[in-house]
Unconditional design. Structure first.
Lengths: 113, 113
């Protein structure tokens, strides 16, 4: 069985500071990892993914994520946070069994001016 | 190109009533999924479909039924609604099994009294 853990319910950062949202995973076989963002009253939107290759993945809106196989982690990062980055962030792992995705419980990011 | 469209956006049911949630996608995606989102619990997979005419149970299928008579539509039915089914329901679709991200609708907020 696969699982995803997001150890922080809430992350608070000041605008302009770097941000990190943590994610660890457990999966048998190769991991297919995704980050999504959810704004209020909207569906989830895809940010970035790791399939294979470079451990640092770049995505939308200046976000990037670092894949670490030995630590089974896939942390989301951004060098300089914006107030508009405030949202709910989900990490997910996809398996090859019908492409089913398992999501973490989500982390609320608040960026203060 | 509308992407994934869910109807209705909101609904209030009384215990025991039935309803159908409609999901339509115009991206010619093969794979479609129904998730429910509850506070602090991330997204949980209810049912999914790997192609027209096929459906399968996900993590929390009890109390729900689905149908995929046409490739672009995926219906979620509640035969006898219960207060425990109060949730936000999201439909998602995916082009490919492993590498493609999920495309989400904007959700249906269902309250069962």
């Amino acid at each position: 069985a696969q699982s995803v853990a997001q150890p922080e319910d809430q992350v608070n950062v000041a605008e302009g500071n770097p941000l990190t949202v943590k994610c660890t995973y457990s999966v048998s076989g190769n991991p297919y990892l995704f980050w999504y963002v959810q704004y209020p009253n909207r569906g989830l939107q895809f940010l970035l993914k790791y399939i294979t290759g470079d451990n640092l993945v770049k995505g939308s809106y200046g976000f990037e994520a670092e894949f670490n196989k030995s630590q089974t982690s896939f942390h989301l990062k951004k060098p300089s946070a914006l107030v508009s980055d405030s949202a709910l962030y989900f990490c997910a792992v996809k398996n090859t069994n019908a492409g089913k995705s398992t999501f973490g419980d989500g982390t609320t990011l608040t960026v203060k001016p | 190109n509308a992407g994934v469209t869910q109807t209705p956006k909101f609904r209030v049911l009384k215990t025991g009533q039935s309803m159908t949630l409609l999901c339509a996608q115009d991206m010619n995606h093969e794979y479609m999924y129904w998730y429910r989102q509850d506070p602090g619990m991330g997204l949980r997979l209810i049912h999914y479909s790997v192609g027209e005419g096929t459906t399968a149970k996900g993590e929390v299928p009890d109390g729900y039924n689905v149908s995929r008579l046409k490739k672009q539509n995926f219906l979620l039915g509640l035969e006898s609604a219960a207060p425990s089914q109060t949730s936000v329901y999201f439909c998602a679709s995916s082009f490919e099994l492993r590498y493609s991200p999920l495309h989400f609708g904007n959700g249906t907020r269902l309250t069962v009294t």
